[in-house]
Design a protein around this ligand. Structure first.
Ligand code: FES
Ligand code: FES
Length: 162
């Protein structure tokens, strides 16, 4: 099968991959990079578990071809912490008991991070609307919503990449 070279900046580091035409970005992240924080849920764009940031925007990596992401800046859940410090939203999920099985959590945090970057003090309705594509089978969403709002009111946000 023909292979293509794809270059990404992944969590701040330039990386290069050889991929097939139909290789998914999710597979590059999980299988080539072994970054298993990004989850495979439905595989058809309905659960949000596979969400990463591509050029700053939440993106379903189960629907994104790796070749389409060539040249992009990609951030996964592993890329949010800086210098051993969790992102404030990651901390807020822990503080608010917003994690049960944890399968949805990386995708929730990537989408919540995007919301807080754009709107540091979202209302409950704004959180629920922004995160409506993220499915959780465990928590009932109240604690997740509280965690996102709590991180916003803390006024502390992700430090810029070094
Ligand atoms: S695994 Fe990508 S949306 Fe469900
Ligand atoms: S914490 Fe289990 S699916 Fe959300």
């Amino acid at each position: 099968m023909k292979k293509y070279t794809v270059r990404l900046t992944l969590n701040g580091t330039p990386r290069e991959y050889s991929v097939g035409a139909n290789e998914l970005l999710l597979n590059v992240i999980r299988e080539q990079e072994k970054l298993t924080g990004t989850k495979y849920g439905c595989g058809i764009g309905e659960c949000g578990a596979c969400t990463v940031h591509v050029n700053g925007k939440p993106t379903l990596s189960c629907l994104e071809l790796a070749v389409s992401a060539d040249g992009a800046d990609v951030v996964t859940i592993e890329g949010l912490a800086r210098g051993g410090e969790l992102d404030p939203l990651q901390k807020s999920f822990l503080d608010n008991n917003a994690v049960q099985c944890g399968y949805c959590t990386p995708g929730m945090i990537m989408v919540g991070r995007n919301l807080l970057d754009e709107n540091p003090n979202p209302t409950e309705d704004e959180v629920r609307t922004h995160m409506r594509g993220q499915l959780c089978r465990c928590t009932g969403y109240a604690s997740i919503t509280k965690a996102v709002m709590g991180a916003g009111s803390a006024g502390a946000f992700r430090m810029p990449a070094e």
